[in-house]
Design a protein around this ligand. Structure first.
Ligand code: ADP
Ligand code: MG
Length: 610
C-alpha cells in the first residue's frame, strides 16, 4: 500500500537527514573554528606575516577539528583550548553515537518495513494468479521468491539509498571545491570518466543476468527441499533419501560455482575501477606537478587539491560498491517485479453480478485445453444441462475430462470457447465470493488445513455458529467419529489432513462444503478411495445433503450412480450418453452398459465361487 511505502521512505529520508544534519553541523563547527582561527591569525599577522597563508591552507587538509584544537592547545600551551578540545571531542563523539543509534533503529525499521511490504504485495499478487499459473510455477520456486528474493531486496534498498545519498552530498560538496582550486586539473576526471562508464556498463550487462540466474538456482534448490518434504512418505517407502540428498548436493554445488563466478566478476570489475582511480591520481600528480613546476599552479593549492581529490575518490569507490549492489537488487528482483506486475489471464475479481441462484448449470458448446498443453483438446464442444435440484452423475473412463468439467465450474480455468451459465448468467460475471458461497466442491483429493477439525469445517465461514457446525457435522457423519476423539472438534488434522483417515478426511470435506448451504454441491469421486464401510457412511451423508440442492457427482461405483436423476457418460471430452440408469442400460453397445457390466462381473464370479 502507498501509505506503508511512504512510511518506509520517510524513515529512510529521516535517517539520511539526521546523518546529514550532524555531518553538516560538524563541518560548520570546523569551518567556524577555522574562521575564528583565521581572524586570530590576522591579528597575529602583524607579528608573523609569512606563515599565515601556509597554515590556513594546510588546516583545510586536517580531518578532525578536535585533533587540530589539541595541536593548537599544545603549541600555544593553553589549558583553556585543551579543555575546549576535550569538550568538543565528547560532543562530537556523543552526537555521533546517538545519531548512529537512532539511525540504526530507523534503518532497521525501513528494512523490515520494506521486507514486509514487498512480501505482502508479493503474496497478494501470487494468490491472485489463475490456477494455470500454479500448474507452471512450483511451490518451492514461489517460496524462494517470497523469501530469499524479498530479503535481498529489502536488505539492500534502504542501505543503498542511504549510502548513495550520503555520497552524493559528499560528491556535490567536494566537486566545486576542487574545481575552484584548479579547473585545469579537474579536467583529468573527464578523461577517466568515460572509461569507467563503459566498464560499468559492461559489468552491468553481465551481472544482472548472472544475479537473475543465481536467484533462479536458489529457487530450484528450495524447490527440491519443498518437493522432498511434501512427499517424505514416498521418499521413505522408496528408500530414496540418499538419492535425494545427492540431488540436493549437486544443486547446491552448482549454485556455489555460480556464486563464485559472480564474485570473481565483481572482483574484476572492482579491480578495473580501482585501476581507473589510480590512473586518475597519477594523472593528477603528473599534470598537477607539471603545472606547478611551470609556475602555473601554487604548490600549496596542489597539495590541498590532491587531498580533496583522494576524498572524492573514496566516495566514488563506495559508488562502485553500491552500483554492484544495485545490480544485484535488479537481478534478484526481476522475477519479483514480474510476479508483482503479472495480470492473471482469468481474473476472479472481474465478476460483479449477484443474481438469485436456483442451481441450473448449462455447458454451452464448451471447448477447453489446459494452458500447459494447448494442443490437447480435453473438452470438445461440450453441451450439458444440469437442472436445479437434481442429482446428476458424471461417469466415464478415467482421463476423459470429468474433473476438468468440475474445474471449469469452479472457474479454475476459463473455457477456450463456449460458456458456462448458472441460471442464465455467465459464471465469469458473477461476483467471486458470492459465487463460491453458492457452489461448493468436495475435491477428488480433498486437502485439509493443519488446524483443528472445527477450523476446517468452518473454513471460509468463520462466523458460523457452533450449532451450524454441529448440524453439518452430523449430516456428513463427522460427528460420529469426532465423539470418540479425546479432544473432539479441537483435534488437529495435521498438515494437509495427514492425521485423519481417508474416510474421515472426505467427511470433514463434505461438512466444510455443506456449512455454507450451497445451492450446488459438487463431489468429485468423493467415495472412490474408501472401503465399503466408510463408503456407505459417506453415501448416507450424501443422500442426506442432496435434498433441496443441485448435486453433481462423479463416481465409478454403480451403487453411488444408480439413483441419480440423470447420468451423463463423458468420453473424450464429450457427452456420449445421457439419461437415467434404466434408460442407459437399454443400450447394450453403450459405454455405460460396459462400465456397469464390468463392475458386476467379479460379483458373478464370487457368487459362482460361493
Ligand atoms: P477424469 O475424467 O479422470 O477426471 P481429468 O479431467 O482429470 O480426467 O483429465 C482429463 C485430461 O486432462 C487427462 O488427459 C489429463 O492428463 C489432463 N489434465 C488434467 N489436469 C491437467 C492439468 N492441470 N494440466 C494439463 N493437463 C491436465
Ligand atoms: Mg477425475
Amino acid at each position: 500500500s502507498p501509505g506503508a511505502f511512504i512510511n518506509v521512505g520517510s524513515s529512510i529520508v529521516f535517517s539520511i537527514l539526521l546523518c546529514g544534519l550532524v555531518r553538516i553541523s560538524i563541518l560548520s563547527s570546523q569551518f567556524n573554528y577555522r574562521r575564528l582561527e583565521e581572524e586570530d591569525q590576522t591579528e597575529e599577522n602583524s607579528i608573523n606575516d609569512s606563515d599565515e597563508d601556509e597554515e590556513s591552507r594546510t588546516n583545510l587538509i586536517q580531518p578532525a577539528i578536535n585533533t587540530q584544537m589539541l595541536i593548537d592547545a599544545i603549541t600555544m600551551q593553553s589549558f583553556d583550548l585543551l579543555k575546549k578540545s576535550c569538550l568538543l571531542l565528547i560532543a562530537v563523539d556523543l552526537s555521533t553515537i546517538i545519531v548512529d543509534t537512532i539511525k540504526y533503529i530507523f534503518q532497521s525499521y525501513a528494512n523490515t518495513q520494506t521486507s514486509i511490504q514487498v512480501r505482502l504485495a508479493l503474496f497478494k499478487a501470487i494468490i491472485h494468479q489463475d490456477i494455470s499459473f500454479f500448474d507452471e510455477n512450483s511451490t518451492g520456486q514461489l517460496m524462494s521468491r517470497m523469501d530469499s528474493d524479498t530479503n535481498s531486496i529489502s536488505h539492500s534498498i534502504p542501505i543503498c539509498l542511504e549510502t548513495l545519498t550520503m555520497n552524493i552530498i559528499h560528491f556535490v560538496g567536494i566537486l566545486p571545491i576542487i574545481v575552484s582550486y584548479s579547473w585545469q586539473l579537474s579536467l583529468t576526471a573527464f578523461i577517466t570518466f568515460p572509461i569507467s562508464f563503459i566498464v560499468s556498463q559492461l559489468y552491468g550487462k553481465y551481472s544482472v543476468d548472472l544475479y537473475d540466474e543465481e536467484s533462479d538456482m536458489n529457487a530450484d534448490t528450495t524447490d527440491i527441499v519443498q518437493n522432498v518434504l511434501s512427499a517424505i512418505r514416498t521418499v521413505r517407502s522408496f528408500a530414496t533419501e540418499k538419492i535425494e540428498f545427492q540431488r540436493y548436493t549437486k544443486h547446491i554445488n552448482e549454485w556455489f560455482k555460480f556464486d563464485m563466478k559472480s564474485s570473481v566478476l565483481h572482483s574484476i570489475f572492482s579491480l578495473l575501477w580501482r585501476l581507473m582511480y589510480n590512473m586518475e591520481s597519477v594523472l593528477v600528480y603528473l599534470y598537477g606537478g607539471y603545472l606547478t613546476i611551470n609556475g602555473r599552479m601554487d604548490s600549496k593549492n596542489l597539495l590541498v587539491y590532491v587531498a580533496y581529490h583522494s576524498k572524492l575518490t573514496q566516495s566514488l569507490d563506495t559508488f562502485t560498491e553500491i552500483y554492484s549492489e544495485v545490480l544485484q537488487i535488479i537481478g534478484s528482483s526481476r522475477k519479483v517485479i514480474y510476479l508483482l506486475n503479472r495480470k492473471p489471464i482469468l481474473d476472479y475479481e472481474n465478476g460483479s453480478e449477484t443474481p438469485e441462484v436456483l442451481g441450473t448449470i448449462v455447458f454451452d458448446g464448451v471447448e477447453f485445453a489446459y494452458p500447459t498443453r494447448k494442443n490437447v483438446e480435453v473438452l470438445k464442444s461440450l453441451n450439458l444441462t444440469i437442472e436445479k435440484g437434481k442429482t446428476v452423475a458424471l461417469v466415464g473412463p478415467s482421463g476423459n475430462g470429468k474433473t476438468t468439467i468440475v474445474s471449469l465450474i469452479e472457474q479454475f480455468y476459463a473455457p477456450k470457447s463456449g460458456q458456462i451459465l448458472l441460471d442464465g448468467t455467465n459464471i465469469q460475471n458473477i461476483q467471486h465470493e458470492y459465487y463460491h458461497s453458492k457452489v461448493a466442491l468436495v475435491a477428488q483429493e480433498p486437502t485439509l488445513f493443519s488446524g483443528s477439525i472445527r477450523d476446517n469445517i468452518l473454513y471460509g465461514y468463520e462466523n458460523g455458529s457452533e450449532e451450524e457446525m454441529l448440524k453439518v457435522a452430523k449430516m456428513a457423519n463427522v460427528h460420529e467419529f469426532v465423539e470418540k476423539l479425546e479432544k473432539g472438534y479441537d483435534t488437529k488434522c495435521g498438515e494437509k489432513g495427514i492425521q485423519m483417515s481417508g474416510g474421515q478426511k472426505q467427511r470433514i470435506a463434505i461438512a466444510r462444503a455443506l456449512i455454507r448451504n450451497p445451492a450446488i454441491l459438487i463431489l468429485d469421486e468423493a467415495t472412490s478411495a474408501l472401503d465399503s464401510e466408510s463408503e456407505s457412511l459417506v453415501q448416507d451423508a450424501l443422500n442426506c445433503c442432496a435434498k433441496n440442492r443441485t448435486v453433481i457427482i462423479i463416481a465409478h461405483r454403480l451403487s453411488t450412480v444408480k439413483n441419480a436423476d440423470k447420468i451423463a457418460v463423458i468420453e473424450k471430452g464429450q457427452v456420449t450418453e445421457i439419461g437415467t440408469h434404466f434408460d442407459l442400460m437399454k443400450n447394450i453397445n453403450g459405454m455405460y452398459y460396459k462400465l456397469v457390466s464390468k463392475q458386476l462381473e467379479p460379483k458373478k464370479e464370487e457368487q459362482k465361487n460361493d
